[in-house]
Write a protein that binds this ligand. Structure first.
Ligand SMILES: [Zn+2]
Length: 114
């Protein structure tokens, strides 16, 4: 259950950002979340509503955009989308020495304020 801490983190960033821009209300927060983060969206939404209750982000829409798990093979150089769980193996050549290109990110992509 790491959703609470992560959700608190994105709310803090969004509010900081909004206040720096003299916004009085946050309408929408868009987040990019890699599939390896294995986030439970319902939990995030629940914590989001709870944590934003007394803030300028109250009532804001939380949009979670899931980022696929992409690996780059060290042997053949191909990049491929793979399942989020299990060992990452290059589907082209079977090599297991692969580099993670995306899938572990978690950040605020954009916010809408007024
Ligand atoms: Zn390969």
């Amino acid at each position: 259950m790491h959703e609470l801490g992560l959700t608190q983190g994105i709310i803090d960033i969004a509010i900081d950002n909004a206040q720096q821009n003299n916004a009085t209300k946050i309408l929408k927060i868009s987040v990019k979340a890699g599939k390896l983060m294995a986030l439970v969206e319902d939990s995030m939404q629940f914590y989001f509503d709870y944590l934003t209750n007394d803030t300028i982000a109250k009532g804001a829409t939380l949009v979670i955009e899931h980022v696929p798990v992409i690996i780059k093979c060290h042997a053949c150089g191909e990049t491929s989308e793979v399942d989020e769980f299990g060992i990452h193996i290059c589907p082209k050549c079977g090599e297991i020495t692969v580099e993670l290109v995306s899938g572990k990110e978690f950040y605020v992509d954009s916010i809408e304020v007024e």
